[in-house]
Design a protein around this ligand. Structure first.
Ligand code: MN
Ligand code: MN
Length: 301
């Protein structure tokens, strides 16, 4: 139905597949070719969709019912690409996100490895600000001889948009050269330790202040930003992360400004569904805040 995608039977939140009347359009990117350490994030989109079927649709935080019958949401399925080709995946993601962007939709991408974010950024206006939640900076110039990989994705994005278009949150695992790159280019980042010390709400306000007024905002959540206690099913788990509640508190403050959202790196075979359930909760929280902000639910019966 939508060019460049293959529809799935079990859609996110039971949403319809036709994007025509929808504002929020979910699509999966089941790609993990460049994953290192623990592969399997290509199974992330399906696991998140399964978990979403069991999330309650009433949002206590906004007193709002976001049942798929009340919310303008669609799940068009997974993006088509050659599973062996990073450049092919990037082009395919760019094409689908470009179409959605031109139709004024809010894309919600389900990863798959974090590399997908570069494909999406290529489809968007150059003034976009990327807010990245991640244990890692992903700012390496090369990793395993690859220029395009989950460990280099933000470096390629900074080269495209400029360093003042990236804000990183939850950082705690870096290589010396990427840390020096971030310092040299004045990239704004907050460590997981900053969040523990100052509190999620205070950090959220600082992030909001750091985002310039005007440009669209892209929120990208690498699930390894969470402590492995909350999200063990990721490709590169890193101890001493933030809690799910801290992540949701920060997202609550910045989500109203977002025009695109992705949740990536869910690697479901490493847990009992915990990380996929957590990802589905994060996405429904995003939907709830956006629906409230844009007055997008139909009245309750
Ligand atoms: Mn990442
Ligand atoms: Mn990461």
């Amino acid at each position: 139905m939508f060019p460049g995608v293959k529809s799935v039977v079990n859609t996110f939140f039971g949403a319809p597949i036709d994007p025509t009347p929808a504002t929020f359009v979910v699509t999966g990117v089941p790609f993990d070719k460049t994953s290192t350490y623990r592969q399997g994030s290509k199974k992330g989109p399906a696991a998140i969709r399964t978990a979403s079927q069991h999330i309650e649709s009433y949002c206590l935080q906004e007193y709002l019912d976001i049942d798929a019958s009340k919310l303008p949401i669609a799940d068009i399925g997974d993006i088509n690409f050659d599973a062996e080709s990073v450049s092919g995946m990037l082009k395919a993601v760019e094409s689908v996100v470009s179409q959605l962007n031109h139709q004024d939709k809010v894309p919600i991408l389900l990863g798959g490895e974090h590399t997908l974010t570069l494909g999406a950024v290529r489809a968007l206006p150059r003034d976009i600000v990327l807010v990245q939640f991640d244990a890692h900076m992903d700012l390496r110039d090369r990793y395993n001889d690859l220029e395009f990989s989950h460990a280099c994705v933000q470096r390629r994005i900074v080269e495209q948009l400029g360093p003042d278009h990236l804000i990183q949150i939850g950082v705690r695992a870096v290589a010396k050269d990427e840390y020096e790159y971030a310092e040299k280019h004045n990239i704004v980042f907050y460590t997981s330790e900053d969040i523990k010390k100052e509190g999620a709400t205070a950090i959220a306000r600082r992030i909001n202040d750091a985002i310039p007024p005007g440009p669209p905002v892209y929120i990208s959540v690498d699930m390894d930003v969470l402590d492995p206690a909350y999200a063990p099913g990721v490709g590169n788990p890193e101890a001493a992360g933030i809690t799910t509640s801290e992540l949701l508190s920060i997202l609550r403050v910045i989500t109203p400004r977002a025009t695109i959202f992705d949740v990536n790196e869910v690697t479901p075979q490493y847990d009992q569904g915990i990380t996929a359930i957590c990802a589905a909760k994060i996405i429904t929280s995003f939907l709830c805040i956006q629906a409230k902000r844009h007055n997008l639910t139909s009245p309750s019966d």
